[in-house]
Design a protein around this ligand. Structure first.
Ligand code: NAP
Length: 661
């Protein structure tokens, strides 16, 4: 009998104590056992003193590249995970959600982080706030990595995805992780951690694993740590109320069970494509992972007029489901829990189709509750298996009321081909859901479906769903960082953020476009000569581009416009002239202009006005492993050397080293 090991303080460590057996969900055979959990204070300390500094010695982009390389290695060996995953009761397609879904999330974070984050551990949050009239005192929000451990207590149903979707943003932010998977499926998490460590790419202390109970883990958490929990609402409540979590204000994120709804719009008749789509989606959500999904549809809310039709279509589909099409529940105990929950539901709903469970097999079970506005159980009892309750509604307002009785869910679906229904129901349930998925004929092929949390969209929900938030692209990275407001002079703000703030010192020794990244510094600037805009310029530009908007061409019409004194220059003419003024034409380190950000035209430019530009290197982001990097330039276009007529950021790619030409 193999005893699972903890990976703590840099070594695989056999658990001591009396073993708790893990059973194969199909055969019932004991496949491994977990043991006791050691004292956790040294384990947490090791993460804080070894893993954290090792991760933060790297830049965010370097950490993202490490994630990418680890993700690719996991992909190469994923069949080992698939093989073991069967023992958790998962079919191949169930395992795909967990394994490919988990590795895919890792890879998405690896690529988005490099595109969307600066390559330094201090990250600006928003633009500077000008706090004094003369501009000598600014405010700036920044984010810095927390110097603690991201502790993850996970549910049994996604042993791989559950770890990787939390680990990816934590590592990008520079936090080491301590993973405590649910014991029942911790053998699969253990294998995944072994595979990650086998790559030789994981910095020491960046990941630790406990295959056992939580022990005294929570007693040693501090305000710099984070506790993310996925599991039942009952355990979430216990952890949230833990004395150390309260006393030390430990950031706590919970993803708990929720009674997610799928609503069929009042516009959908049985012959509409949305009807079929709805039935398929409900069936899929009941059967994928044998219903052991936090996002699974538990409440099926349909217009009273089509209740019988939906019921018949669902039962027909369920009857076609063979036991082998669906996986098993993780354990006989889980199966018994589901059966007990069905019994509770039966107090206020009738079973339409179902049957007695056998071992870890639970038949897909559909209940029907005809009084959803007064009933309680269908909105409160989670049967964490292939179980859903069908319920009718009269008006759209009633559908909203029924859905909202769930008290907060991870996701709700609305199937409708009527945009007004999407708006009415979508907004009616928005405040009580983490995600709202609309389905209709137009997205039938492309939709990612009700049940898939995506790395780029937030996952979590209010109220009963735990009140937490994960994923959502770089938002999840930000959750692992501390936000602080700093106040000071532009030079002080620049020194702290590494990003030039308006009013900070500048250097104009030579044209900054002649400097490679090795030579360029934030604050390097050029103030250009000026150029007078003529009426001929405006007419030439209008005829050349085809932009003959009246404000540029017709004096009387322009004067009737509340914003213009008469004919004015095109905004894009101003931007083009600005480039003509600041550009250094010779071949040099500047490789490309790849865009503008935050372009605003702030005052009109009339014929006879003289334009000049101040261009200042604002932010320098060398790309990890590439011979170039990005430079963001602050670009201010002035009229007659004073009034600001346009303001924007110019985005360029620059060579890291002077080019040999
Ligand atoms: P669970 O019983 O709440 O356990 C979740 C985790 O908490 C496990 O790792 C468990 O460890 C640990 N735990 C239990 N008691 C603890 C305590 N007193 N102190 C510290 N840790 C403790 O949930 P589950 O049975 O694994 O998963 C099923 C539930 O999770 C369902 O209700 C489902 O809705 C929910 N879920 C939610 C999401 C989501 O994203 N919202 C995702 C998946 C699942 P042991 O295994 O060692 O007991």
């Amino acid at each position: 009998m193999r005893r699972l090991e903890h990976f703590i303080t840099g070594a695989w460590t056999p658990a001591t104590g009396t073993g708790t057996p893990l059973h194969d969900a199909y055969s019932g055979d004991i496949i491994a056992e977990t043991g006791d959990t050691p004292p956790m204070a040294p384990v947490l300390d090791y993460a804080r003193t070894t893993g954290g500094p090792a991760l933060r010695a790297m830049t965010p982009h370097a950490r993202a590249l490490m994630l990418k390389a680890i993700g690719q290695k996991l992909m190469e060996r994923k069949e080992e995970l698939y093989t073991l995953s069967t023992s958790t009761g998962a079919t191949r397609s169930d395992s795909w959600v967990d394994i490919d879904g988990g590795i895919g999330t890792l890879l998405t974070y690896a690529s988005r982080a490099r595109r969307e984050l600066p390559n330094q551990n201090v990250m600006k949050d928003g633009a500077p706030e000008v706090l004094s009239k003369d501009g000598t005192f600014l405010g700036q929000h920044i984010r810095v990595p927390r110097e603690g451990v991201a502790v993850m207590i996970n549910a049994y149903n996604f042993p791989v995805w559950g770890m990787l979707e939390k680990l990816a943003p934590a590592w990008i932010a520079g936090m080491p992780v301590l993973v405590k998977p649910a014991r029942q499926t911790s053998h699969l998490t253990e294998l995944c951690v072994r595979m990650m460590l086998d790559t030789g790419l994981v910095p020491e202390g960046a990941v630790q694993l406990i295959c056992g109970g939580a022990g005294d883990l929570l007693d040693h958490l501090t305000a710099q740590d984070m506790l993310s929990f996925t599991g039942s609402a009952t355990v979430a409540r216990q952890l949230r109320a833990h004395p150390t979590v309260i006393a030390n204000s430990v950031p706590f994120n919970a993803e708990a069970d929720s009674l997610n709804a799928a609503i069929l719009g009042p516009d959908v008749t049985p012959d509409a494509p949305e009807f079929d789509q709805f039935v398929k989606e409900v069936h899929r959500e009941m059967t994928v992972k044998a219903g052991q999904k936090c996002t699974a549809i538990r409440r099926v809310i349909v217009p009273a007029a089509v209740l019988d039709a939906v019921q018949k279509a669902l039962v027909d589909r369920i009857n076609l489901t063979k036991p082998d099409d669906m996986g098993r529940l993780v354990s006989a105990a889980q199966c018994a829990d589901v059966r007990a929950a069905v019994d509770q539901l039966e107090a206020e709903a009738n079973i339409v189709t179902g049957g007695a469970p056998r071992g870890t097999w639970h038949p897909p079970t559909l209940l029907r509750c005809d009084t959803p506005l007064t009933a309680k159980a269908p909105h409160e009892v989670e049967a964490f298996g292939p179980v859903a309750t069908l319920m009718p509604y009269g008006t759209g307002a009633e559908a909203i009321q029924i859905a909202n009785k769930g008290g907060g869910s991870l996701v709700a679906s609305v199937f409708t081909d009527d945009p007004d229904v999407a708006r009415e129901i979508g907004l009616g349930i928005a405040r009580l859901n983490g995600r709202i998925h609309f389905g209709n004929r137009a997205s039938a092929k492309s939709s990612t479906g009700h049940g898939s949390p995506l790395p780029v969209l937030i996952h979590g929900g209010p109220g009963r769903a735990g009140g937490g938030e994960e994923l959502g692209g770089m938002r999840a990275v930000h959750h692992h960082m501390h936000r602080v407001a700093i106040q000071g002079t532009p030079d002080q703000i620049t020194a702290v953020t590494g990003v030039w703030a308006p009013g900070a010192a500048t250097r104009d020794d030579r044209h900054p476009f002649l400097k490679s990244l090795a030579e360029l510094e934030v604050g390097d600037t050029i103030r250009t000569a000026s150029r007078v805009v003529t009426l001929d310029d405006i007419e030439h530009f209008a005829n050349f581009t085809g932009d003959t908007f009246y404000a540029h061409m017709d004096e009387d019409a322009a004067k009737r416009n509340p914003f213009f004194p008469g004919r004015v220059a095109h905004g894009y003419l101003i931007v083009s002239f600005a480039a003509g003024l600041f550009v250094e034409p010779s071949e040099g380190p500047v490789l490309a202009n790849y865009g503008l950000d935050s372009l605003r035209f702030m005052a009109p430019v009339s014929p006879g006005d003289a334009l000049s530009v101040i261009l200042t290197a604002k932010e320098i982001t060398p790309r990890e492993g590439e011979p170039h990097g990005e430079v963001r330039w602050d670009c201010t276009v002035l009229r007659d050397g004073e009034a600001v007529v346009a303001q924007y950021d110019v985005l360029t790619l620059l060579a890291k080293e002077p080019r040999e030409l």
